[in-house]
Design a protein around this ligand. Structure first.
Ligand code: ATP
Ligand code: MG
Length: 373
């Protein structure tokens, strides 16, 4: 299938500026674009237009206006650099040692087979870009962490381009979690720049290259500013789907308007839920809301039941069964010292169970995302 075909649905939707219609059933991978070079942050390459400064409604930029490149802004104040400790590994030294002894046992074959199965699910080919939206019923329960984990896993297993998109302008942590040292162009900037004639090589000049692979588009430059509006969100996601096989969106908390739009229009949804009784209860309310959407949203929803403490007491099996009654899948993400310590998430520093859970979550989300017609 040609790239033109792969891009056709998204282009048509973009020109209509309407909600994302359901794309066609995927049968083969998108053509591989030229391997992108890491552009200098914020550089305008290959004659790509540069956005006007200042906030404007999406797509309303007057092309005759003077254009200006935003300043590059560090994601963490350089004066804090000395305060950051060394990242901890998710598993203690003793645990890793026990694991390497156990690796000699017979369960290894089973683990390898399961790992291969999950990798195949994560690597599933797509014919049009898939959008996976991550949200939650309240703040601070792991949305950005889950988004960063998914981005890491997709980039690890997939050869086609993957984007992490931050749709939460409230001083989000996604850029830091993905190891970005500075940010420049934001979603609102891109909404004014993107045009159907742009190539992937033009677009990535505006994105932050992520060290372990893939790209990041932040929602803001880390200032307190206006929230992202729905029109900007729609414009950016529909346009960028042409270039990226998978876009993982770090949304604001529900019931924000952008979060509701993202949940409604994504190919798959991930709801981050805290591993507490009240967190599970609130998440069930979200799932019941999703059940009322006109399309079968729950069938393409996965709950990421996340432990933010090593001492959770919730009966995970019982809580998962309660959430699964709705038709959604549930994957539990264990407490991980590396994740809990903040700062950039490094694949090699994740605990083994965390890495397996994140891969299972990516596989479950991808399986659902490609099933959507
Ligand atoms: N599996 C985990 N193990 C340990 N700590 C975790 C885990 N998941 C999340 N955390 C911690 O929980 C805190 C909140 O996570 P995160 O910032 O991802 O939440 P959020 O929902 O994006 O928050 P916000 O609503 O502010 O955007 C962070 O300090 C993070 O390190
Ligand atoms: Mg966040």
């Amino acid at each position: 299938m040609s790239q033109g075909d792969w891009q056709h649905d998204a282009l048509r939707e973009l020109s209509q500026s309407g909600p994302a219609a359901e794309p066609s059933t995927p049968t083969s991978p998108p053509e591989q674009p030229e391997p992108p070079e890491d552009p200098p942050p914020g550089s305008s390459r290959m004659g790509a237009p540069v956005p006007a400064s200042g906030p404007q409604a999406a797509g309303s930029r007057d092309p005759r206006l003077p254009i200006q490149t935003p300043e590059s802004v560090p994601t963490v104040d350089p004066r804090l650099a000395g305060t950051l400790g060394r990242p901890l590994h998710g598993d203690s030294m003793a645990r890793r040692a026990r694991r390497s002894v156990r690796m000699l046992g017979s369960s290894v074959t089973r683990e390898v087979a399961e790992g291969t199965r999950l990798a195949q699910e994560v690597q599933q080919p797509v014919t049009t870009g898939r959008v996976i939206a991550v949200t939650s019923i309240r703040g601070g329960v792991g949305k950005s962490t889950v988004t960063a984990l998914l981005s890491r896993i997709f980039n690890h297993y997939r050869r086609d381009p993957v984007l992490a998109l931050e749709a939460d302008a409230a001083l989000g942590t996604l850029p830091v979690r993905l190891g970005a040292e500075s940010v420049r162009w934001s979603c609102s900037d891109l909404a004014q720049i993107l045009s159907p004639s742009m190539q992937l090589t033009d677009v990535i000049g505006y994105l932050v290259p992520v060290a372990d692979g893939g790209w990041l588009l932040p929602a803001s430059q880390g200032h307190v500013g206006p929230p992202l509006d729905v029109r900007t969100y729609r414009t950016v996601t529909l346009a960028l789907r042409r270039y990226f096989a998978v876009t993982v969106v770090d949304c604001e908390t529900l019931p924000g308007e952008v979060a509701r739009t993202a949940m409604d229009t994504a190919h798959a949804r991930v709801v981050a839920a805290p591993m507490t009784a009240e967190g599970v209860n609130g998440t069930r309310v979200v799932l019941d809301w999703l059940a009322q959407l006109p399309h079968a949203a729950l069938a393409s929803t996965v709950v990421a039941l996340t432990a933010s403490s090593p001492d959770t007491t919730l009966d995970v099996r019982g809580a998962s069964a309660y959430l699964r009654e709705t038709g959604a899948a549930v994957v539990s993400i264990p407490y991980d010292r590396h994740l809990g310590g903040g700062g950039p998430i490094l694949n090699a520093m994740l605990g083994r169970e965390t890495r397996e859970a994140a891969t299972t979550l990516a596989a479950e989300a991808m399986r659902r995302a490609v099933q959507v017609r």
